[in-house]
Ligand binder design. Sequence first.
Ligand code: 5GP
Length: 187
Amino acid sequence: MSSKLFVLSSVAGGGKSTLIRLVREKHPQIAFSVSCTTRPPRPGDEEGVTYFFLTPEAFERGIRENEFLEWAKVHDHYYGTPRKYVEECLAGGRSVIMDLDVQGAALLKGKLGNTVVTIFILPPSEEEWERRLRARGTDSEESIMKRIRNGKQELSRRNEFDHVILNDDLDRTLSQLESILLSSEKH
Ligand code: 5GP
């Protein structure tokens, strides 16, 4: 069994965080790469569990010292994958799930080829997606509008992914995701 890097991307409000939480609970043998970010914590965030929260200075030092496997600026904040944990998992034969934006997914696919399996979670419709984004109640209107603009660009790149899963029913979406994770793990 060879270890893989599974990259999950979506638009903000696409339902990806819920899916990742369920997969982490059900399949603890697959490691989860906790990213670093300079965005402020939101309700529900937990240091070291959802993200490592860094100052811009600390993040920029990490870039200079090559500590990130990849990094990107998303919605005005830095986000990056700590290199060491992912490399240790792969060396130990353990697969890793990563939650990345579309730029990070494309970059890693280009860099690591078939070691990376990219999966795009597609919201059921634009109306439903906007409704979910507003229902979170954690973002300002300005930030919601920015996420919608960025999201439309991200949606247009979904064909670059190895798999696209329509998230119209949580149970069905989860089982489709599990079948990709578990079948790819066996190869
Ligand atoms: P949020 O602030 O809503 O948690 O995440 C915003 C976006 O940043 C999401 O699209 C998420 O997938 C992406 N993201 C989170 N961590 C990383 C990372 O380490 N690298 C990249 N490229 N994107 C990330």
